[in-house]
Design a protein around this ligand. Structure first.
Ligand SMILES: [Zn+2]
Length: 225
């Protein structure tokens, strides 16, 4: 899984300055979602063992009338237009009614300011409301779409790259000083399983994950085949 700068993210998206977390239909064939791994992140996103993301919807805009963390997340604006939550929900609804294919979503995860992980593409499979203890929030299920020919890696390992938790990614990035552990390069970095998942290595602990540049990642992939 590739690590990129915000500038690379923007370039990859054809110059689109992605700022908000949820960006429905901003590209011709897909939408864009941003996740954060900060400890004080405003939203609770979870990644399950099969790589499926449960992405939390977004709050009502700030207002002097209410605390946005105390009111239900809205599907409509005051003027009756769909919010981003509403747009995602409608796509789920239309998909369930066979009116469209599952919406394709590009996911990026911020591991620290200016450092992003390109999580790849997902399909929007479901959406629902849940009470989080003091209000209703939206939850959206994103199922990974796997690209079979990325980096010449074992397919199982590609699958398990998506399961490295955000806090583990952040820890590894800091520990390895944002550099390839083999050559010190800061370009084209990837998260690598030291012992591949297919050989019994874990995705959940930083001790089995390291940073490798594209060249060293490829070399290693070839060695383990
Ligand atoms: Zn390297």
């Amino acid at each position: 899984m590739k690590i990129i700068s915000y500038h690379q993210l923007t370039t990859q998206e054809g110059g689109l300055q992605v700022q908000k977390g949820m960006n429905f239909g901003v590209k011709k064939n897909y939408s864009i979602v941003l996740m954060s791994t900060a400890k004080n992140a405003p939203y609770v996103d979870e990644v399950f063992d099969d790589g499926v993301i449960e992405y939390e919807g977004h709050d009502a805009p700030k207002s002097t009338d209410y605390n946005k963390k105390m009111v239900d997340q809205p599907a409509y604006t005051k003027t009756g237009r769909l919010t981003e939550n509403g747009k995602f929900l409608k796509a789920v609804d239309d998909f369930k009614k066979f009116k469209r294919n599952a919406a394709k979503i590009q996911v990026y995860r911020k591991i620290k300011p200016g450092v992003w992980v390109d999580m790849g593409f997902y399909e929007l499979m479901d959406g629902y409301q849940r009470n989080d203890g003091n209000r209703n929030v939206f939850k959206f299920l994103l199922k990974p779409i796997f690209d079979f020919d990325s980096d010449g890696e074992d397919f199982q390992d590609i699958v398990h790259d998506r399961q490295i938790p955000g806090d583990v990614q952040r820890e590894v990035y800091e520990r390895d000083n944002g550099q390839c552990t083999q050559c010190g390069s800061t370009e084209n970095l990837h998260f690598d399983h030291i012992i591949p998942f297919s050989k019994g290595g874990s995705s959940k602990t930083a001790s089995n994950i390291q940073l490798l540049c594209a060249k060293h990642n490829l070399k290693k992939g070839a060695k383990f085949v």
